[in-house]
Design a protein around this ligand. Structure first.
Ligand code: SF4
Ligand code: ZN
Length: 305
């Protein structure tokens, strides 16, 4: 197979575009897609300071690399979840990438902030680690962005993540989530920072190919709590369909974004206010993270008596 860009021998096949590229042309293709997504959704401009949340995996590190090469002002933030072994290894990969590229990395540790790790908070509140983790990560990156005066937060969610999340939301008719699912979530309150996903049209496989070609030191293992997560089942189902009909994932997501207006009525106006304890944005008197942490810390104190 020949490269679509230069006719040299192709190394990466991009089936949903019915194309193949050599290593150099694939990098151009990847960077162009990222740039296109940023511009098409007005995610940020070259002068904006962007806070990028990195996990040590191939997606967020590939995005970090791409944003640096595209000349954006990017600052990376690693959230240490306190997951035994895994968090140390994923933090190491982020630090290695930062050192290799002569750039800095901000770190915030859940255990240092609240005295408990994600698995401990989950155990003490009898919730799944993923349910606790998602909420706390969103809370922390918004807080860090506000404190650092960043106008926008970027994450490494790719096409597979977005299509799986769309499938899950449709299967359960989560109309409120469907109304808000988009690659550019604007700030709806002065204390909420805009959130963007520049990789939303690039597959997990394309991010992996980019990371390998660029020799990015990513962590190949998954979080131990990812096993059995419903999002993995949805990804497998979509991969199965994609194998039989290349391009389905992309057209599924793009079609949804085109017809998103159908769900507008479900994006109910909610009254946003500031949490009376921490000042972060919530719909209630006390935000869900403060309530969650209060329960976990109470149980922790009771167990120590
Ligand atoms: Fe957090 Fe769950 Fe993802 Fe692990 S798999 S990083 S616990 S959301
Ligand atoms: Zn709060």
């Amino acid at each position: 197979m020949r490269c679509k860009g230069c006719q040299a021998k192709a190394t990466v096949e991009v089936r949903h575009h019915n194309a193949a590229y050599c290593n150099d042309c694939f990098q151009d293709y990847f960077l162009k897609r990222v740039q296109h997504n940023i511009r098409a959704y007005k995610m940020f401009s070259p002068g904006d300071r962007v806070l990028l949340v990195v996990s040590g995996g191939k997606d967020s590190l590939s995005l970090w690399d791409a944003l640096i090469r595209l000349g954006y002002q990017v600052t990376a933030l690693y959230i240490d979840l306190g997951i035994e072994g895994y968090s140390q290894r994923s933090g190491d990969k982020c630090r290695e990438f930062a050192a290799k590229n002569g750039t800095s990395l901000g770190t915030i540790s859940v255990k240092e902030v609240w005295g408990l790790s994600i698995p401990e908070i989950a155990r003490k509140t009898r919730r799944t680690p993923c349910a606790v983790c998602g909420r706390i990560k969103r809370y922390l990156f918004n807080k860090c962005a506000l404190e650092g005066s960043f106008p926008v937060v970027a994450t490494g969610h790719n096409l597979d993540d977005e299509a799986a999340s769309l499938l899950g939301n449709l299967l359960h008719w989560q109309t409120g989530y469907l109304a808000r699912q988009q690659p550019n979530l604007p700030a709806t309150h002065p204390k909420l920072v805009k959130k963007v996903k520049p990789l939303y049209t690039l597959t997990e496989r394309e991010c992996l190919a980019y990371a390998l070609i660029r020799n990015i030191p990513y962590l190949a293992e998954d979080c131990p709590y990812a096993e059995g997560a419903t999002s993995i089942t949805y990804k497998e189902a979509l991969n199965h369909i994609e194998a039989a009909s290349p391009g389905t994932k992309l057209s599924f997501l793009k079609g949804f974004l085109k017809h998103k207006g159908l769900f507008r009525e479900y994006d109910g106006e909610v009254e946003l206010r500031e949490c009376s304890r921490c000042g972060q944005v919530t719909t209630e008197e006390v935000c869900s993270v403060c309530r969650l942490l209060e329960r976990a810390q109470k149980r922790s104190a009771a167990q120590q008596k």
